[in-house]
Design a protein around this ligand. Structure first.
Ligand code: F6R
Length: 233
């Protein structure tokens, strides 16, 4: 696509088709800057999304409840409220009020009980991460607590007062969790994503580039703008 603004219409159309056929579809939700035009394009369609169920990819560990940059807050502000989702139907890893220990397994069970994720929206980090699966993550990994790389903390410092305020730990769906979704929609916009996109789509499938696991999935839609596509062969 020529730009991120136009890029939102493709995932929005995929979600709209899914929800029209299945009003209680299960969406996998990415946060960050990349999906914003998707949510905007979807809002413009005026669909009833009140029965849609959502599972966020990841969440920071250690932020106080209600912190504006927790992914719970971000999803509420950027997805649930503008799109009219039902708050109780949208989950974030570790949000069940129980101890963090075991939260990953419980999240996996909850995704399974919902019938699995129909469509997973993915962004990609400059480290090649999807979700917060940083390089070195097992290709079969499930939801668990992880440590963010320094690069990702620097990249996400724009949402905080300083890099020191960016949490060190997170809880994220694993690469194996992501691969279980029935349709992956990977989005990347801007020159900063070009190397990660080329490595993920044309490099070897490897834990060094977690996003490369999309090559193992039978149904993937990739939406990139020209800058993010610049390093593709
Ligand atoms: C967010 C997530 C991350 C982001 C990635 C890109 O829930 O799982 O993998 O998709 O860090 O972030 P942005 O879109 O802000 O460039």
């Amino acid at each position: 696509v020529p730009s991120a603004a136009e890029g939102g219409s493709i995932p929005a159309a995929a979600i709209a088709a899914l929800v029209t056929a299945k009003p209680d579809a299960v969406l996998g939700l990415a946060t960050g800057s990349t999906p914003l035009t998707t949510w905007q394009a979807l809002a413009g369609r005026g669909l009833d999304l009140s029965r849609v169920r959502g599972f966020a990819l990841d969440e920071y560990v250690g932020l106080p409840a209600g912190h504006p940059e927790s992914y719970r807050s971000v999803i509420t502000r950027e997805v649930v409220e503008p799109l009219g989702l039902t708050p109780a139907l949208v989950r974030v890893p570790g949000d069940d009020g129980l101890p963090l220990e075991g939260a990953g397994d419980r999240y996996e069970s909850d995704i399974h009980a919902a019938g699995g994720i129909d469509l997973q929206i993915l962004g990609i980090g400059r480290t090649g991460h999807i979700g917060f699966n940083e390089p070195g993550s097992s290709l079969a990994s499930l939801t668990r607590v992880k440590t963010l790389t320094e690069q990702t903390r620097i990249d996400n410092a724009r949402f905080f007062d300083s890099v020191d305020d960016v949490p060190v730990h997170c809880i994220t769906q694993g690469l194996g969790t992501i691969l279980r979704a029935r349709h992956l929609v990977l989005l990347a916009f801007g020159a900063g994503k070009a190397a990660a996109i080329a490595a993920a789509l044309e490099g070897p499938v490897s834990a060094s580039t977690p996003g490369s696991v999309v090559q193992l999935h039978p149904r993937v839609t990739v939406v990139v703008d020209e800058d993010a596509a610049a390093d593709l062969a």
